[in-house]
Design a protein around this ligand. Structure first.
Ligand code: SAH
Length: 393
């Protein structure tokens, strides 16, 4: 099947960006099955790339290859082997038994996310193209990793844009329990594969949690949007004087308490509060409470650039309040995981928050997603996690 692009629309492909939007298409053959493989041709019918094609999505084609090569099981075996090779080179297994094995476009396999949790693989298929090849991916993952269990967590909202229903359940092998502990930098965390966020855990924050461990000694720490305690547990392990975890999910806070016990950390130094961070920060300000370290790791307020304005206000609000609650000499560890907010804008938002809070602060560190979430040079959209450590003077 062939898809012909409008004149000039081959430019992004020549830079090896993997997406073609619906407006770029001049002609598509009739009856292309959703997610099946098509040839992308320039307006003068030259071969440009081979891609998956969802007939109704805004992102109308996602490139599998820029070469004139067969897209079949062996093609994907080479892709998967290449992703595994990246992780081996990074030596991630020495830090954790759980890490991202395949990161979609960033590993040149659009739509496919595979996370490893101990001996279980969790697969998330986000696009019609990855859905089309899902069974092949599952077979290849078993063959190439030597593991036997794959759990599917294809329940992300973005699937809707590709006309796909949510799908959750076992794809291969069996699982005695959905909840089990993983080890990350010598600490243990219970993950819940069936009900946890994303594929179960925020694996992208691994090295930043370790950094918090190094910085937390003797500090009163406020961990906002704590989830199951990724930062909380590390702060306690690093010798924090006290840690207060805030999250709107009672279940996540329960798992956080379990994680404290699992690691034999001092429960008497920990408090958790179920509630809305926006409201609680205001309450703390009114009560004149203060902290030595505040972590802000909110959910993505701006999935795309279209949400950037509203998201900017939300980020500014929490960062401004956090700057006020920090003691002089205190550290703000603040993140955005919004694709729609780039690193420059995030830095401006945090700078504006400090200014409006009347605080003198400097950036002492830039943080980013872990190396098991690589960024393809042709796909800067893969760099979604931006973090700053700011020191209040
Ligand atoms: N820091 C965590 C990940 C945070 S994910 C880690 O390292 O694992 C974002 C969290 O924010 C989720 O747990 C979600 O329940 C919570 N959340 C979302 N909106 C919130 C709000 N308005 N107030 C409090 N928590 C919120």
């Amino acid at each position: 099947m062939n898809v012909i692009l409008n004149a000039g629309r081959e430019k992004s492909l020549q830079r090896r960006h993997p997406w073609i939007f619906s407006g770029g298409i001049k002609h598509a053959d009739a009856n292309i099955a959703s997610g099946s493989t098509v040839d992308l041709l320039s307006s003068d019918k030259q071969f440009l790339a081979r891609a998956s094609y969802p007939p109704n999505s805004q992102i109308r084609a996602r490139v599998w290859t820029f070469e004139d090569e067969v897209v079949d099981k062996e093609f994907f075996r080479r892709k998967i082997q290449s992703s595994l090779f990246t992780r081996q080179k990074l030596n991630v297994e020495s830090q954790s038994d759980s890490y991202r094995l395949i990161y979609a476009e960033s590993d040149n396999i659009p739509g496919l996310i595979v996370d490893r949790y101990n001996d279980v693989l969790v697969l998330q298929s986000l696009t019609a193209g990855s859905e089309y090849w899902k069974e092949t991916f599952a077979d290849l993952l078993i063959e190439e990793t030597g593991l036997s269990t794959i759990y599917e967590r294809s329940d992300a909202d973005v699937r809707e844009l590709e006309g796909l229903e949510p799908k959750v359940g076992l794809l291969r092998g069996d699982l005695s329990s959905f909840v089990f502990p993983i080890t990350e930098n010598n600490l243990q965390f219970q993950v819940n594969l069936a009900e946890g966020h994303k594929t179960g855990f925020y694996l992208d924050q691994r090295k930043n949690r370790l950094r918090v461990r190094e910085l937390a000694k003797d500090k009163d720490v406020l961990d906002c949007f704590s989830y199951t305690g990724g930062f909380t547990i590390n702060a306690l392990a690093g010798g924090a004087k006290s840690v207060l975890s805030v999250d709107s999910s009672g279940d996540a806070l329960e798992l956080c308490k379990e994680n404290i016990a699992l690691n034999n950390l001092p429960a008497d130094k920990h408090t958790s509060l179920e509630g809305d961070v926006f409201q609680l920060l205001r309450k703390f300000r009114d009560e004149a409470r203060s902290f030595d370290m505040i972590i802000l790791d909110p959910p993505k307020f701006a999935p795309t650039a279209a949400h950037a304005e509203k998201a900017t206000r939300a980020y500014k609000d929490i960062n401004l309040l956090a700057f006020k609650l920090l003691r002089p000499g205190g550290l703000l560890v603040t993140f955005s995981c919004s694709g729609g907010i780039d690193a420059g804008l995030f830095q401006k938002i945090v700078a504006g928050a400090a200014l409006d809070a009347g605080v003198d602060a400097q950036i002492v560190e830039h943080l980013s997603q872990g190396a098991d979430h690589p960024i393809a040079l042709n796909f800067p959209e893969g760099a979604y996690l931006k973090g700053l450590v700011c020191l209040k003077k």
